[in-house]
Design a protein around this ligand. Structure first.
Ligand code: FES
Length: 159
């Protein structure tokens, strides 16, 4: 959740101009990793925009999420080429490591796990993407280690 003072800062940054609503949404998403409804309602009130229009915008642009998203996005490719090289096992290992299933976000909003179709890098498969960074020739062990490393770097190994 974003504090009202922080929301005001974002609105002020863009002159509280409804023409800048996309930039405002981008900043909210950057801050919260998704677009919480309470925050959207506040922005609508401040900019005098109907909530329906705001929701239509937020739904139209794929970069925006109206569902809670973690700070880190992990995508495991389950396309055919990755699948035949053991992607399902990797997905299972990632699920165990993060304690969430594909399509879920953890309660602390640290991790979102997605399973995706072919990412167009089959030769490097199996592929796991963490925060837009592609990791090729993954195994369950490598994927687990990678996630452990990120957790450790952030001091949230318990989570
Ligand atoms: S099937 Fe995974 S990158 Fe193509």
């Amino acid at each position: 959740m974003i504090e009202t003072a922080e929301l005001d800062k974002i609105l002020d940054r863009y002159g509280r101009d409804p023409a800048n609503v996309i930039s405002i949404l981008q900043d909210i998403q950057a801050e919260a990793n998704w677009l919480p409804e309470d925050e959207l309602r506040y922005v609508c009130t401040e900019l005098d925009i109907p909530l329906s229009k705001m929701m239509a915008l937020a739904t139209f642009y794929k970069a925006f999420s109206l569902e809670p998203r973690g700070k880190h996005i992990v995508s495991v490719c389950l396309g055919t080429a990755c699948h035949v090289r053991g992607a399902e096992r990797i997905a299972g290992a990632v699920e165990r490591e993060l304690g969430i299933k594909g399509g879920e976000t953890d309660a602390d909003l640290q991790w979102t796990l997605e399973t995706v179709g072919c990412l167009g890098a089959c030769a490097l498969g199996p592929i796991v993407v963490v925060d837009d960074e592609y990791h090729g020739q993954m195994t369950s062990v490598k994927a687990t280690r990678l996630l452990e490393k990120i957790k450790k770097a952030e001091g949230n190994g318990a989570g």
